[in-house]
Design a protein around this ligand. Structure first.
Ligand SMILES: *Cc1c(COP(=O)(O)O)cnc(C)c1O
Length: 414
């Protein structure tokens, strides 16, 4: 039941908004920029004092003893794999519903990612999915806090302890969240973060690993610096030319001007997470009566950090494919996305590890239905309303039966 003037922008109608809204975007203020400029004018562009300051501030924020900064979230995953001594012959259980870097880091170390399915309601890796994948070669579980919702860490910890496995958290989506009152970053043996601009705080590119294990942190500090025992500043202080390469490492360092940006951003993080949660509540309310638009499930004992707001579309109630809905929303100026193509379906994994369709059916069927809606702290309430209007307009236009899709009391369609 199209309202007047409701022709989809995809079909030549007026778009819901003129300026396209991205699905995620950084927040950068003048004080962030001033902080970076100050460091650019200082003596230390890299390997200077801002690195340790950011690491200390970050560790305190997440309630961990140690934080090791690196050049990206992917480098952080790699450092975590190295630090946990994951190597050839080892298997690491990784959920199929994640960004490929989670699994790639396992492969960097010559180990095998074993893809586990996810819970149909939350799309998170849980103890049931893990138990089905444990073999004598399993060395670690990589939990991914998909969309920003922390996994069930108590249950995963119980499984890890029972089988003597390490528990690694890919928390790139959940910085600022918590589980049973404990902050993300303190929930696993080692936790990994990304500071890419779409994530909660940014340093351009950047990442962090947190842990309570000081020896592990030292191994990762060495790893991010070519495998060298002492960094440049330590040597300078010691007045010494001497260093040793004790293992093969990489240059995964984060610069001082990035670290100072990270510190400046970290101060604003709690307010930003609250805003993300507020936007999520507005979406929840808007879609609660719509049988077509189904937000992912949330669990009571967590504070969800909402890196992503993901909805599943009941395509059986629409005369359209997900691809058509996606194109229609983009045409309306709503910058939707899809997170993620299940990792085991990528050609690299099919060719190298023989994975493919049928391996993780929950993730595969979810992938056909999911759409990520815009969420970032700079969004206004009017932006949120535009996303809701755009999505409802598209659903109305393709409702399988007149009024049927939306008739369950949602005023937007009646
Ligand atoms: C962003 C992200 C990464 C990688 O982070 P980069 O900083 O882009 O390298 C890894 N895992 C997940 C789940 C992510 O979302």
């Amino acid at each position: 039941m199209n309202k007047p003037g409701e022709r989809l922008a995809l079909h030549g109608g007026l778009p819901t908004r003129e300026a396209a809204l991205p699905y995620g975007r950084q927040c950068l203020d003048d004080d962030d920029i001033a902080a970076v400029v100050n460091v650019l004018r200082s003596d230390w562009l890299t390997c200077g004092p801002k690195v340790a300051e950011f690491e200390r501030g970050f560790a305190d924020f997440v309630g961990a003893d140690e934080a090791v900064s690196v050049s990206s979230g992917t480098a952080a995953l790699h450092a975590a794999m190295y630090g946990m001594s994951i190597g050839p012959g080892d298997e690491v259980i990784v959920p199929a519903m994640t960004f490929a870097a989670s699994a790639n880091a396992v492969v960097f170390q010559g180990a095998t990612p074993v893809f586990a399915d996810v819970d149909p309601d939350t799309l998170l890796l849980g103890p049931t999915q893990v138990l089905g994948k444990i073999t004598p070669r399993t060395k670690a579980i990589m939990a991914v806090d998909y969309a920003g919702q922390p996994c069930e860490y108590d249950a995963l910890r119980a499984v890890a302890d029972r089988y003597g496995l390490a528990l690694i958290a890919d928390s790139c989506h959940s910085l600022g969240g918590s589980y049973k009152g404990r902050p993300v970053g303190s929930l696993a043996d080692v936790s990994v973060f990304s500071f890419h601009p779409v994530k909660h705080i940014t340093t351009g590119e950047g990442g962090m690993v947190t842990t309570n294990d000081a020896a592990l942190a030292n191994r990762m500090r060495c790893f991010r610096n070519h495998g060298i025992t002492a960094d440049f500043r330590q040597r300078e202080q010691q007045g010494s030319w001497f260093y040793e390469i004790v293992d093969l490492g990489y240059n995964y360092r984060l610069t001082d001007f990035q670290c100072v940006l990270g510190m400046s951003q970290l101060r604003k993080l709690p307010g930003w997470v609250r805003r993300r949660q507020q936007i999520a509540r507005q979406y929840d309310a808007a879609f609660s009566a719509c049988p077509v638009i189904n937000p992912l499930g949330g669990r009571q004992e967590v504070s969800h950090a909402y890196h992503l707001y993901v909805v599943r579309l009941d395509l059986s109630r629409l005369n359209a494919t997900r691809a058509e809905v996606f194109a229609a929303l983009r045409a309306e100026g709503v910058g939707v996305n899809v997170h993620y193509i299940p990792v085991h379906l990528h050609p690299f994994y099919r060719n190298r590890f023989g994975t493919g369709p049928g391996l993780c059916e929950v993730a595969e069927s979810a992938y056909e239905q999911i759409v990520t809606l815009p969420v970032f702290p700079g969004m206004t309430n009017a932006d949120v309303a535009d996303v809701v209007s755009g999505l409802c307009k598209v659903v109305r236009a393709w409702a399988a039966e007149e009024r049927r899709a939306c008739q369950q009391g949602c005023s937007r369609c009646n």
